[in-house]
Design a protein around this ligand. Sequence first.
Ligand code: BGP
Length: 460
Amino acid sequence: MFYQFPEDFYWGGASSALQTEGSDSSRGKTIFDVFYNLAPNRFFDGVGPNKLADFYHRYKEDISLYKAVGHNSHRTSISWARLIPDGDGDVDQEAVVYYHEVIDEFKRQGVTLIMNLMHFDMPAALQAKGGFENREVVDAYVRYAKICFELFGDKVKLWATFNEPIVTPEGGYLYDFHYPNVVDFKRAVQVSYNMIIAHAAAVKVFHQVVDGGEICTILNITPIYPRSDNPKDVAAARIADLIFVRSFLDPVLLGQWNAELVEFLGEHDLLPVGLPEDKQLIAANRVDFIGLNYYQPRRVKAKEHVPHPESVLLPESFFDYYEMQGRRMNTSRGWEIYPKAIYDMLMTIKNEYGNVKCYIAENGMGIQQEDQFRGADGVIDDTYRIAFYKEHLRYVHQAISEGVNCFGYHIWTPIDNWSMINAYKNRYGVIEFNPQTGERKLKRSGSWFKELVDANGFDD
Ligand code: BGP
């Protein structure tokens, strides 16, 4: 069967400033520079945010490579700390020139840009003031957003406020995998709340400043399933769903907080502090479309012993092997591969959120020690990645045929890149990047992706 996608479908990939540009110029410090200085051993192989692919100097070549693998669209981000090194002060003019050049180059090469404002990379100077726990930092974010819209809004018409905003409270305030390494549920809730306010205020400014533009946020609303029919597991999965999915999805799409979540937080004395006008701000500033990142589902089981109320909230990640072509993919990211969840996620948007326009903003397969799959011709023979994409795209296709308003599919990520704490451990690219030599080289999946886009679909 041939899986045909709609006309003008957005095929492309995603990246972020912090993970690609490099810190060798005047960029201000971010929380990842601080974290790396404090604890380099928390980063895979001790590799920090200073060893990057140097998109900052090589962007023309890299955009050509995106084209070479067929991409007609791309999402990246502006580095807040590059544009405004201390987060809230002077705008760096070198950065303004740089981003204009990058945007122009995307246009010149015919790649439509979706520009994101923040991809986990809070400026260090603002984190020192409390990060998103501090309402003044919300104002600094809105100022940053406005500056970006004013500078670049006549050239870029599609924007995003955040990539996976839940990761900031989840990693920085709950599970200790990102700086500031706080573990405090109440503070995590306050950070989430303030980020939603920041988002809504940025959406408001966007519509005042950018003519004919559309703005989204990009959420990893990973579908959540109970591990069994046991009512305790079902109840735990519902709580995880409220916290990790509905917390952002409801305010950005419905313009209101999820009532069940508010009740739950109230019962556990976790309610955040806000201002009376916040409700109205959220209600009046819903997104124009939504970006959806999907990697793996969450499978939740209730803890048997619950010493603290929050313990029940911690879903355990589920490890699985991926069997493909006789190879046991135990080198993979360790994330379960469950393609149907991408369909479930899209159907949730259609059935529960008014079928708002959406696109898959990240989907990809991270492989460790990928070098072992290099063929005799020197090319990484990542047929497993091609199979992974096909399995997910079949479900995206099915969702579209059932009426989901999905206009694109972006992979994470075109060129292997550095990642916050995991550095170069998991390789996702359809183009190989060698961190030692700086060389870029198409993998087999890169050539396949180009064929996919040229045909606007695939045969299977
Ligand atoms: C997503 C993030 C990306 C990227 C990806 C892979 O959640 O938006 O920035 O990091 O995950 O993560 P990792 O490289 O840690 O496997």
